[in-house]
Each structure stands twice: as structure tokens, then as C-alpha cells.
Design a protein around this ligand. Structure first.
Ligand SMILES: [Cu+2]
Length: 488
């Protein structure tokens, strides 16, 4: 069984209509998903009805720093007509926008600054966020209070109703608007609506197997990667400018056999120089892809050919090293596998922690799952945000392998409901003592390979358990998919 075979199998219309309907039902907790009136995200009309007091010392200019993933300070107080001096102190691109007011800074690269004039913004309280997908839910939100000069001090009605105040949580609901009963309904509706869309169709699919464009007489397999920028549909209707390879996020999947001679021709169509590092793959030093240490930068418009022998099995990946902090989050990563699971990567068998794993199990599907959390791609599984993530559809009693790859900037505890994951390899190295986990913590740069027995029919959610990587006020999003086990 190769990853390529299963990838092809996965992409060939494997989801029956009935299953899709079932997902909406099951994910929605059995409730029928009904068209919702007055839906939409809660709490976006923050300025309505607030007459904000003007402290004598409300400054006319305030400095704001953006970083991964915070707006600081998070509560800004500015005099009417004032200015925000915004600096991106982080490593990724960020911006600062006033929600629902068509007001914000341009996208700021690391270290860049911009002044945001608040001229014309009425006194009141406004929500702020970074508009890069996923960054708001990762923490980049804030509150802006604009103070009118000389206004009467009017105490705002506390927007907390009796029920909410008596629920034992006070008004400590994070940044959820507490009180207005319609807001709670809107939150319920938003969650149901987003879940009902799963699995949503979008253009573009990453991880497509890349065939060699040529196999030379001596057996050398020649692959071609084009580093380029392109439009990528992250979730339905949300197009982002991705940086990637061959128009895919993740880039095309390359799989070769142990002992193969490999050439990878890299055409650089990016607006800047680049290189390709073979992460977790044994290569000669001058093929390690770290410009300008091991090679010259591949300038924009130039081509470079990497050559190496695939000496050892690898659950590897490829990505730029040069300005990787910007290029990877924007989509420049791909899977590079040397060898075959079950042969080069032995599968555990026997009694493991009291659970029996049969000898010589057949792997029904082998799924690379690349995690990302920043840049243009944001919180995502294989380059897509829920509900556009691809479900894993299996039959009862089948065994599957998932290879998690973290190409992001944060750790992601990947939790599969019900069926434990047997971690059998770390970074492609077989573990002497495989272990069962229901939550597999994957740090940046790491790969974990897990074996799962589809023992229980149903729709079982698979998601990052940093909850803001999976849900936001607008509903479910980001690092969520499902394992759908069909009854046989
Ligand atoms: Cu996460």
C-alpha cells in the first residue's frame, strides 16, 4: 500500500450523498439543522447605543503592536479623531481592522508600521481584529473605545441579562457578548450552519501524487516543482493568495523507493529568491537547501536541480528554508516519502497496552495530514479550513494510517473521538514502544505516524484540541475534519 494509492482512492468521489446528510445530522448533535433567521455572527454592532464617557486624558495617538497572536494592548482608548500607530512586531503578516467599518491598515509585513486615522469614527466601542484567516480566533482581537471630546459621562447599561448573570459564570465569557438573548441564538445558529456545510466543495486539492516527468535510463526519477503564487480557495468563497508549489497546498506529494536516484527541478516563479530544504531526508550537504550556506539562492526566474539518492526511509517534507517564516505559513510545504509503510516502516503487532493489533494487517488508507496555522493559509488541515476539509471515509473494521505533519508555528494536539491512535513512528523513525493516544500532540517540524482501527461506525470528529483552532463565533472552522466509519 502506498500513500499515493490511497490518496487517489480518497479523491475519487468516495462520499455517498447519504453520508453527507448523516454528517450534518450527527455533527449537529442529532438536531435537525433548520434555516436560521437573524443569523450571522454575534456582537458586531458594538457601537450601537453606547455613549462613551470621555476621560480628560484620552490620548489622540496610541501605539499598537501586532504579533503571533495578539493585539496589544487589547483594550485601546483613543480620543475621537485620533490615530493608531500600528507596528507588526511579529514574524508573519498581520493587519488591524475595525470590524464592520471598512477601516484598517494595509497588510503589514514583519517590522512594518502604519498609521490608522480614526477620523470620522463616532464615539463608541468597536471590535478590532487581524483579517488574516484564523488570526482572530487565534487571539488577534481587541476593543477600541473612541472617546468624544467633552461628552457627558453616560454610564452604559451593562448588557447582561438576569439569566446570564445567574449562570454561575458571571460575565466572564471571553469575548462573547454576554446578555442579549438573540446573540446566544445567533451563536447556536452559526455553529449549526457551518457544520451543516461539511464537507464543503472548494476548488483545488493539495497532496496530489506527483509522477516523475521522466525516468532516465539509469533509473533516476526526475520531478519538477514550480514555486509560485496563486489563488487558493481555503474555505467556500474565501480565496487567498497562496505561495506554494504547482498550484497546490500542500504541494504535490512525492513518493520514491529506498535506493532511488532522485532529481527535483525547482523553477522559481516567486517574486523573490528561494531554496528547497528536504526536511527529514538524508541528503548530501550541498543538497540541504539552505541558501546561502549550502547553495546560492535560486533567484526569481531561475531554476535549480536538486540531486540525491533516497538512501533511507523517510516520512519527510519539503519546504523553503529561506524566509520560511513567511513562505511556509503562506502554503509552501509538501510531503516527501521514501519507502512504504508496512515494509520500510514496520507496523506494530501483538498485545500493545492490552489491545491486540493483528499481524500483517492490511492498511486500507494512508493519509498525510499537514497542519498549518498562520499566514495566508491559517488554521487548516491539508490546506483547507473546515468545512472544506476532507473527511476520512472508511469501512468498519478497516485499519488506516495517518501521518501528521506540522508545518505551522504552533503545537496542535490532534484528537480523534472514540478510536485511539497507536503512535508507531516519530519523524519517520519507528518507535520501540508504540503507544495509544487519543490526542497526539504535534509540534512544529514534527511528524507522527499513527495506526487507527475503525472499530466503531459513526461520524467521529477529528480536530485540534486547542479549541480556538477549531471553533470561533462564526461557527466551526479551521483544524476540524471527521472520520466517517461506515457500517458493513
Ligand atoms: Cu491547533
Amino acid at each position: 500500500m502506498s500513500v499515493q494509492d490511497t490518496n487517489e482512492a480518497r479523491t475519487m468521489g468516495m462520499i455517498a450523498t447519504a453520508v453527507v446528510a448523516a454528517i450534518a445530522m450527527v455533527l449537529a448533535g442529532g438536531a435537525l439543522v433548520i434555516a436560521v433567521s437573524g443569523g450571522g455572527p454575534a456582537g458586531t454592532d458594538a457601537a450601537a447605543g453606547l455613549d462613551v464617557a470621555a476621560p480628560a486624558d484620552a490620548p489622540s495617538s496610541v501605539e499598537v503592536e501586532l504579533s503571533e497572536f495578539a493585539i496589544s494592548p487589547g483594550d485601546l482608548e483613543v480620543a475621537a479623531g485620533g490615530t493608531l500607530e500600528v507596528t507588526n512586531a511579529g514574524a508573519d503578516e498581520h493587519d488591524l481592522a475595525v470590524v464592520d467599518h471598512d477601516l484598517g491598515t494595509p497588510m503589514l509585513g514583519a517590522g512594518e508600521s502604519a498609521s490608522l486615522s480614526l477620523e470620522g469614527l463616532e464615539p463608541g466601542t468597536y471590535e478590532l481584529l487581524c483579517t488574516v484567516p484564523g488570526h482572530d480566533s487565534a487571539g488577534m482581537t481587541g476593543t477600541l473605545t473612541v472617546h468624544g471630546a467633552g461628552d457627558e459621562v453616560v454610564a452604559a447599561e451593562p448588557a447582561v441579562d438576569d439569566d446570564a448573570a445567574d449562570d454561575g459564570h458571571g460575565d466572564d465569557h471571553g469575548d462573547v457578548e454576554v446578555g442579549d438573548a438573540e446573540d446566544w441564538d445567533a451563536l447556536d445558529a452559526a455553529m449549526a450552519e457551518t457544520i451543516a456545510e461539511f464537507p464543503a466543495e472548494t476548488d483545488g486539492l493539495g497532496n496530489q501524487p506527483l509522477e516523475p516527468e521522466e525516468i532516465r535510463d539509469d533509473g533516476t526519477k526526475v520531478f519538477r516543482l514550480v514555486a509560485e503564487t496563486f489563488d487558493w480557495e481555503l474555505e467556500p468563497g474565501n480565496m487567498v493568495e497562496a505561495w506554494g508549489y504547482n498550484g497546490q497546498v500542500p504541494g504535490p506529494m512525492i513518493q520514491v523507493d529506498v535506493g532511488d536516484d532522485v532529481e527535483v527541478i525547482v523553477e522559481n516563479e516567486l517574486p523573490m529568491g528561494t531554496d528547497v530544504h528536504w526536511h527529514g531526508v538524508r541528503v548530501p550537504n550541498d543538497q540541504d537547501g539552505v541558501a546561502p550556506i549550502t547553495q546560492d539562492l535560486i533567484e526569481s526566474g531561475d531554476t535549480f536541480t536538486y540531486e540525491f539518492t533516497a538512501e533511507e526511509p523517510a516520512i519527510g517534507m519539503y519546504h523553503p528554508h529561506h524566509h520560511g517564516q513567511m513562505k511556509l505559513p503562506n502554503g509552501m510545504f509538501g510531503v516527501f516519502i521514501i519507502g512504504e509503510t508496512g515494509e520500510d516502516f514496520p507496523l506494530p503487532a501483538g498485545d500493545i497496552g492490552g489491545r491486540e493489533v493483528p499481524e500483517d494487517i492490511e492498511i486500507a488508507q494512508e493519509i498525510p495530514m499537514v497542519l498549518n496555522d498562520a499566514g495566508a493559509i491559517g488554521l487548516s488541515l491539508n490546506g483547507k479550513s473546515f468545512p472544506a476539509t476532507e473527511p476520512i471515509v472508511v469501512e468498519e473494521d478497516e485499519w488506516i494510517v495517518i501521518h501528521y505533519y506540522n508545518e505551522g508555528l504552533q503545537i496542535h494536539p490532534m484528537h480523534l473521538h472514540q478510536m485511539p491512535q497507536l503512535v508507531f513512528a516519530k519523524d519517520g523513525f519507528p518507535l520501540d514502544a508504540p503507544q495509544w493516544e487519543d490526542t497526539v500532540n504535534v509540534a512544529p517540524g514534527e511528524r507522527y505516524s499513527v495506526l487507527v482501527h475503525a472499530s466503531d461506525p459513526g461520524v467521529w470528529v477529528l480536530h485540534c484540541h486547542i479549541l480556538t483552532h477549531a471553533e470561533r463565533h462564526e461557527g466551526m472552522f479551521g483544524m476540524v475534519t471527521a472520520m466517517i466509519v461506515e457500517e458493513t
